[in-house]
Design a protein around this ligand. Sequence first.
Ligand code: R7I
Ligand code: MG
Ligand code: MG
Length: 345
Amino acid sequence: DTALLKNKFRGTMLGVLIGDCLGSPYEGLEKLSRLKKTVLQRKHDKLWETKFREPVMTYTDDSAMTRALAESLIEKRDLDIVDVAQRFAKSYYENPDRGYGAGTITILKQWKEHVDETNVKIPAKNLFDGLGSYGNGGAMKIAPVPLFAYNNYDKLLHYVKEVTKITHTHELGINGAILQAIAIQQSLHLNPSEELNVSNFVDNLISKMDKIGDDSSQLYKERLSIVKNLVSEEGDDPNEERVVQELGNSIRALESVPTAIFCFLRAQRRIRRIRTDNPLRRAIQYAITLGGDTDTIASMAGAIAGAFYGYEKFSIQLLSHCEEWELFREIGDKMLDLAMSQINK
Ligand code: R7I
Ligand code: MG
Ligand code: MG
């Protein structure tokens, strides 16, 4: 069904953008107090439901790098990591104040003068005493890859690794990007008018991480079992303290990708003090209440939720408050054309 797929591709790109724009004012804060949750609720009521004139909410590195990766895929009609690196560096120098991670900045600066096949992979390898970064920067920008390879799991794995390694070579950083990409791919294939089978969703992720079979994928598997336990808890008040303690809310991939998946899954049903019938909004708003790396966790949860529910769950009022939202929607459309041309090849 092309109409549904078009919706889902748009929803994925816009989920990245909206989660990032809404989450970034809270980045680095503690999990929100009850009072702050009420303030957040009112602010989001206004943003999602009313039209008003206000400076547009700007996006951060998460959306900037996602956009650059998508535009490279669309232009080159395949993954060309040198072109991707050039675009990452270009968009960094156009606006260096989007909150990039320190390690990523080091890489972008080394690419400034010239990038080619011989030096594209070197800066990432040298980071953190040669261990490479385990930050969530690989996962935060991966959404275009599950769109590109939406029907092909092996291709997804291969492309995620190829593109992630130019910035994140630590196994935890790469597997975090793989997990986020698989979660988006799974969402793209599900029918949003049917109730989501939450435990199937997690079990599929667990078995795919299991097949990867290295040490760090085991750590992700453990986190995913925690996700499953937390999601199955009854009541409408998921204890944020425990969620943060057991899953994390940090800039590390291991402490944020499973958390984002949890936010998406838990938002299938009511959450106390988040008053909305819209589960996509609930996922993003809940991610923000956890504090920590809010732009990235809300953006990753937004991408998974957007891939599941599609474009229609975003209100036009909200979209119109976000920088370049029309461009992100258009990128979704172009990614769909590209993905289709790949399948028919
Ligand atoms: O992963 P990265 O691009 O950062 C993404 C985050 C998101 O939250 C964005 O919204 C933005 O705020 O930044 O950037 P990296 O610099 O690769 O990783 C992020 C941080 O994780 C680093 O600056 C380090 O503080 C830490 N880190 C490590 N510390 C020690 N040893 C990552 N890898 C290591 C490591 O191996
Ligand atoms: Mg950011
Ligand atoms: Mg962040």
